[in-house]
Design a binder for this molecule. Sequence first.
Ligand SMILES: [Fe+2]
Length: 228
Amino acid sequence: MPGIAYPELPYDFAELEPAMSRDALWFHFSQHQRGCFDRAMALVQGTEFEHLALEDLLRATARAPKHRAVFCHAAGSWNHNFFWKSMRPGGGGEARGLIAECIRARFGSYADFAREVKDKAARLFGNGWLWVTWKAGAIRIVATANADTPIVRGHVALLALDLWEHAYYLDHQNRRTAYVTTFLEELVDWDFANRNLAGVIEAPPAPRSRRGRDARVARGTASGSRAP
Ligand SMILES: [Fe+2]
């Protein structure tokens, strides 16, 4: 993928410990994502897609079956970039700021939101991703299979969680829910989510019972997302 550089992690490999081990992060970033990125680069070299930005490449290939391999590897790269930024050392805990208000408006409470995150993650069969997104004026929890990404269907990505087994097997073996719980309690970067959210709304929506009366969503149906 000439012109698209391999990303840098926003923290050192050991900085997420003990929530995520150095080995787990090193293998994930340096081996799994690297393989996905290098394959994408090889697939687009010498093609019409060679000089596109990564996000433009996703949009150009998402609905073209003949470009499925390009899309999958490019989306895998984009998803990982976004996932790294969805975590930070010393992260986790209950949501705060604008996204906390949006979560309460949509789910009633943070506890209900966290329960649905864990439930959707547990019910995703095989490999995939769990997302917190913004679409049509509300927060969404979206599960996608394999390398699929919701940003090609009008969602604004706020947070991503890699649910491929390679993401958690070294630290949690087959216990996916333990990994998701650790992400929520010790890793998630709510400030990152709030920065993404601030790009699409100016004020939180009203709670469900009041929605439609005084919700002041300004650009809640905007599509796309900030590049990771
Ligand atoms: Fe991964």
